[in-house]
Design a protein around this ligand. Structure first.
Ligand SMILES: Nc1nc2c(ncn2[C@@H]2O[C@H](COP(=O)(O)OP(=O)(O)OP(=O)(O)O)[C@@H](O)[C@H]2O)c(=O)[nH]1
Length: 986
């Protein structure tokens, strides 16, 4: 009876992939997958080859293990070695070894008791003296001092005994066992000396008790900075180290600390008496002032004399604050007697001012002082008002930021920033928000290095934490695979799914299935499979583009009578790009005259080689009508799941993906979700895209019955959300409803939603070139440039393929995700978005939906009409020379509604401008049925009967092309302009 390779692998206790290799080595061909079947003879042949290989293994394996383990593991468990040699012969351990297989060899090492390991390590080391030991006899001083100190420590406090063994280590000149804990104390006699000195000096001659966390001891033992500085200080201060530790304690109990040299600071200036003559030279009178009396002014020297006399009168007052003699003190307003109010107050204030004591004046002031203060006032004010932080060269900016926060962060004066912005034609105020570009511009202008720092939101904090939380190996349990059906229209996807559900649904319950349910979980032999029914590969890839790759296995449905059709090709591309295992259901096998081999040949041409032909793709012949092969399909899916070991942790809070949602009149929002990990329960607080809420109810999507919880891989219908989330939005369970509300609210912002779904600027030729040049692609592997190619004919595709195959660059791998004939579709744009691909169109144009999505998501669509230009672009991009000489600027599109032929004038196309505008002097690209048929200059552009410069969107116009009269109704006219762009040389 035939046996599958994975079943034989189980029987022989081998890894399935290893066994596939062994089968090949045994000379059996056409068995490329673990699901391939072996006949009895073939199975026996494999068993024989394994047993012959294992004959040599028991000799080699134990010997190798024994020699390896003998020196360090004399008591290695014999049982483990036996298992290793008998169950896992070395000869058959090829391929990827399982972790549990390698465990027996490692286990004895990790489990071995510590003493067994220590003994052999210590013994050989004994004869070797520690490195510091030879130095010790030549510097005996420290040992003597430490010896004297340590007994004091022991008697001082019992806890000190812990450190006692260290003392002999430092003291003993004899060789000691290496590896002992004493080693750190030994390196230099100086260290021991420092420890002793430090201990002595810090305890006034007594060793400080050995309390945990005692800084002095720790630093002393580790030679910390403080210790060194003290040591240096002592050296500088005379530094003789007494031979006797007791003396040391006597002589310098605290002296060392006191003697530690402070940084040489300038001696404080002698206080300047405010009344002393020494102040006078400070008054630098200008010539004008001195000669002022000649011009009718009051002679300043006379005034100075008067003021001086007045100051002497106030001397007594100065003496009140005599303790601050020599300093100037500002009298606090509270200390002064309050001034009188009204006229009397004004008079007294005037009088006080006349005395020179008004307002916040300097006590003991004189005109000398006032003059001094006045002269310096402007300078002081300048100094005082310049509160800006010192200018920084490197700035960290948290976006969004205002002009004010930019100035504060960078230390640049507000006026400088404003001036720069005004110079750039930006009129903004200090509270205006700056975007990154503006911030960078200013930084460049001002010569500051700027570093963008995005503000951390609750989303980053909580959701990222949930997403990155790794489950331990013990918490993981097998989960049902999530399977998606893909394929050409009418090839039988729905029928297959219906059949699979029907055979597993309890009789009579199938009627409960609603039309809207898109995910089902069925069971076979106690093992589950979850089917997600996405309406076509665009939806499948769209989920991926939104960062929600729920699919584990893709089932490609191909009708045996039709074979591979255009949508099948697309589906293959999408499934391959998703990098999930593909199982082919060769459906409608019940139809007469179908040729399965023909389809298998087609599949091989598309890179899906059947396992029975030596490839690794399982092909199951099915019929949704008769039920043929349905069990085998289910079993194959379960086996693929088993091989891939899909697992999840049901004990964590749930996370997953929303498949679709709708607003019900009575139930509120009903969302269909798939739990990917954890368990979702009624009452949980969830946030899903812009929606949040508490789970009010959960229902089984297949039976419609209410359930209280849903584990990994379970699809559920959920109520309780406040608003319908989008298909592909991820959901997470949070602890706090306010957090869920905040996160959901922040996602309403479109940019936040886009970042959540992973929609960012896509790869373009230019960006790829920059990344390549910057070394930010690929790492150690070759950088991959994903391409989607659409061409007008199969011949063009083949020619492009041939050209691309010539590229063999060591750093770049061209990866064609999809190549097909026809215009660029929405599916291409979705695939490009999900896979960071560039779309290359050869003589084809994108349809409206594809164009819109490309605009929206920044997907690069490059169009060519000459193959060598396409290959030149790729070559130049790879070589870092891609700088377009001319850039095509798309202006607008018009649809030809009617055609008029006027004799002697030619053909006039009556058009409707559907997008952008048609501009005089532009060029027009004419497309028919999605293919470009030519490009011509615009000759005439008219509205009604008038020549016009431009016709905007939504208007009608008449267009005549130069050199082309064969315009037809429904042709698409695309207006564009070519801009010259200077090519930069390397
Ligand atoms: N003879 C035969 N007919 C089948 C089989 N499977 C499906 N059909 C028929 O093929 C037609 C299309 O089947 P669907 O299941 O709707 O195909 P589909 O791929 O889901 O089609 P779309 O949902 O439109 O993409 C139906 O008329 C089915 O009865 C089969 O195994 N044998």
């Amino acid at each position: 009876m035939p046996v599958r390779i994975y079943a034989l692998a189980k029987e022989l206790d081998l890894d399935s992939k290893d066994l596939v290799d062994l089968v090949k080595k045994a000379g059996i061909t056409g068995k490329g997958s673990a699901l391939a079947s072996l006949s009895d003879d073939e199975a026996q042949q494999v068993r024989d080859s394994i047993s012959s290989a294992s004959k040599a293994a028991p000799k080699a394996a134990p010997a190798a293990t024994a020699t390896k383990e003998a020196p360090t593991q004399p008591v290695a468990p014999v049982r483990d070695l036996d298992r290793a040699s008998t169950r896992r012969p070395a000869a058959i351990q090829i391929g990827r070894p399982k972790s549990r297989e390698s465990a027996p060899a490692e286990a004895p090492e990790t489990k071995r008791p510590a003493p067994v390991l220590r003994t052999p390590v210590l013994k050989p080391a004994e004869p070797t003296p520690p490195p510091a030991t030879p130095a010790e006899p030549s510097s005996p001083k420290p040992e003597v001092r430490l010896k004297d100190v340590m007994p004091a420590a022991r008697t001082d406090k019992p806890a000190q005994q812990e450190s006692a063994p260290k003392a002999p280590a430092a003291k003993a000149p004899a060789p000691k066992p290496s590896g002992s804990e004493n080693a750190p104390a030994a390196p230099a006699g100086g260290m021991a000396s420092r420890i002793a000195d430090r201990m002595a000096s810090n305890s006034g001659g007594r060793v400080v008790p050995n309390r945990p966390g005692e800084p002095v001891r720790r630093e002393a033992l580790t030679g910390g900075g403080k210790m060194r500085s003290l040591d240096r200080a002592s050296t500088r201060a005379g530094g003789e180290k007494p031979a006797d530790g007791a003396k040391a304690r006597k002589r310098e109990p605290r002296i060392k600390v006191n003697l530690a040299q402070l940084p040489s600071a300038p001696a404080p200036a002698a206080p300047v008496s405010s009344t002393g003559p020494a102040q006078k030279p400070d008054i630098k009178l200008t010539r004008d002032v001195i000669e002022g009396h000649k011009q009718g002014m009051k002679a300043p020297l006379a005034r100075l004399e008067k003021d001086d006399a007045e100051k002497k009168r106030n001397k007594k007052e100065s003496a009140v604050v005599g303790e601050f003699a020599g300093r100037k003190k500002i009298v606090d307003e509270d200390e002064k007697p309050r001034g009188k109010k009204g006229l009397a107050g004004m008079a007294s204030a005037r009088a006080e001012r006349a005395r020179g004591g008004g307002g916040r004046r300097v006590i003991g002031n004189s005109d000398n002082d006032r003059g001094h203060m006045r002269r310096n006032r402007p300078r002081i004010r300048r100094k005082g008002t310049n509160t800006a932080a010192p200018r920084k060269e490197r700035v960290q900016l948290e976006l969004p930021c205002t002009v004010r926060s930019f100035c504060e962060a960078s230390g640049v004066a507000m006026s400088d920033v404003m001036k720069t912005l005004m110079g750039m034609g930006m009129m903004i105020n200090i509270n205006s928000e700056m975007d990154l570009e503006t911030a960078e511009l200013i930084a460049t202008e001002l010569g500051i290095d700027i570093e963008l720092k995005a503000a951390e939101s609750l989303e980053d904090e909580l959701i990222t934490e949930i997403e990155t939380l790794e489950d331990t190996a013990e918490s993981l349990v097998p989960r049902a695979p999530i399977v998606t059906f893909l394929g050409h229209v009418d090839h039988g996807k729905t029928s297959l799914l219906d059949y699979l559900i029907g055979i597993n649904v309890v009789k009579g319950e199938a009627g409960g299935i609603t039309q809207h349910i898109r995910a089902y979980n069925v069971e076979k032999d106690g093992r589950g499979v979850t089917f997600v029914d996405t309406p076509g590969h665009e939806a499948f890839t769209e989920m991926r583009a939104r960062g929600a790759n729920v699919t584990d296995i893709a089932v490609l449905v191909v009708a045996a009578d039709d074979g591979i059709m255009p949508q099948t090709e697309e589906a293959i591309s999408h499934a391959k790009a998703a990098e999930v295992p593909i199982v082919v259901a060769l459906n409608k096998i019940d139809l007469e005259g179908v040729d399965a081999n023909r389809v298998m040949t087609q599949l091989t041409e598309h890179g899906l080689t059947p396992s029975e032909w030596g490839g690794d793709v399982e092909i199951v012949k099915t019929s949704a009508t008769t039920g043929e092969g349905m069990d085998e399909l289910l079993e194959t899916l379960l086996t693929v799941a088993e091989l891939n070991e899909y697992s999840a942790n049901p004990d964590r809070s749930a996370l997953g993906v929303c498949l679709e949602s709708e607003q019900h009149g009575d139930k509120g929002v009903v969302a269909k979700l798939v739990v990917q990990n954890g368990t979702l329960r009624v009452g949980d607080i969830i946030v899903c895209g812009p929606a949040h809420g508490r789970v009010r109810s959960l229902h089984d999507t297949l039976t419609g019955k209410p359930i209280t919880e849903a584990g990994p891989s379970t699809p559920v219908s959920l109520t309780g959300l406040d608003t319908p989330p989008g298909a592909g939005d991820r959901f997470h369970v949070l602890k706090d409803i306010s957090q869920a509300r905040e996160i959901a609210g922040s996602r309403e912002d479109e940019s936040s939603r886009q970042s959540l779904s992973g929609i960012t600027t896509k790869v373009s030729f230019d960006s790829f070139q920059d990344m390549l040049a910057g070394g930010t692609l690929g790492g150690e592997e070759r950088a991959k440039l994903n391409l989607i190619i659409r061409a007008d004919a199969r011949g063009s595709l083949e020619a492009i393929d041939k050209e691309l195959s010539k590229f063999d660059h060591p750093e770049v791998e061209l990866r064609v995700l999809q190549r097909a004939v026809g215009g660029i579709t929405l599916a291409d744009a979705t695939l490009a978005s999900a896979s960071d691909a560039v779309i290359l169109g050869f003589n084809v144009i994108p349809d409206e939906k594809a164009r819109q999505l490309a605009d929206q998501r920044n997907i690069e669509i490059r169009r060519y009409n000459v193959i060598y230009k396409l290959t030149d672009d790729i070559r130049m991009m790879i070589e870092g020379r891609l700088k377009p000489e001319e850039r095509v600027v798309e202006l607008g599109r018009a649809l030809v509604k009617q055609v008029f032929t006027i004799s002697r004038v030619g053909t006039i196309a009556g058009c409707y401008v559907a997008q952008g505008s048609i501009v005089r002097g532009c060029r027009i690209r004419v497309s028919r049925d999605g293919r470009v048929i030519g490009e011509y200059p615009l000759d005439t552009l008219r509205r009604i009967k008038e020549d016009v410069k431009e016709v905007p969107r939504g208007m009608e116009c008449g267009i005549r092309l130069s050199g082309f009269n064969d315009i037809k109704q429904d042709d698409v006219l695309e207006a564009y302009r070519i801009e010259e762009v200077a090519r930069k040389l390397d």
